[in-house]
Design a protein. Structure first.
Length: 157
């Protein structure tokens, strides 16, 4: 379903951007994110989705969309527990909230845009010898930038 460019969609993308910027700042400064803040934002997004689904005939986010969006986060969480994956549980938990806020299409767009930004910045740094294979690079700042870029792209489209 193509998202309707209305005020609710813009508020959801803005909330997602603010959430990811907050998470990115924590990830960059401490190397981890606050579980309590993530759970509180996730609960608020879930309640918002449930109210929206129950209250209208044509919801912006359906239960099916919620499931698809959570599948992306579930894959990230599974990968976080694989040995040597380099993915933190904070990334997966952040995508749980992001999926609830934005839906599956935007969640995947943000993930792939963040991966391209990550590769575009980290590969040259690795080639120049500024970072090594074992250097921990926080991923959520790239997700925050990708969310802002995706929101602007969808707004201008």
């Amino acid at each position: 379903m193509e998202p309707v460019m209305n005020i609710e969609y813009q508020v959801r993308m803005g909330a997602a951007a603010l959430f990811l910027i907050t998470q990115a700042a924590q990830d960059f400064a401490r190397g981890s994110v606050s579980l309590l803040f993530t759970l509180a934002c996730g609960a608020a997004a879930f309640v918002l989705d449930c109210v929206r689904i129950a209250g209208t005939d044509i919801p912006l986010v359906t239960g099916y969309d919620m499931g698809l969006a959570l599948l992306t986060a579930a894959c990230l969480l599974v990968m976080a527990f694989l040995p040597g994956s380099g993915i933190g549980t904070g990334d997966g938990l952040s995508f749980l909230v992001l999926g609830l806020l934005t839906g599956p299409r935007e969640s995947l767009m943000i993930l792939f845009a963040a991966l391209f930004l990550f590769l575009g910045i980290c590969l040259p740094a690795w080639a120049a010898g500024r970072i090594g294979r074992d250097t921990a690079v926080p991923f959520l700042p790239f997700c925050a930038a990708a969310c802002v870029i995706t929101g602007i792209y969808r707004f201008l489209k």
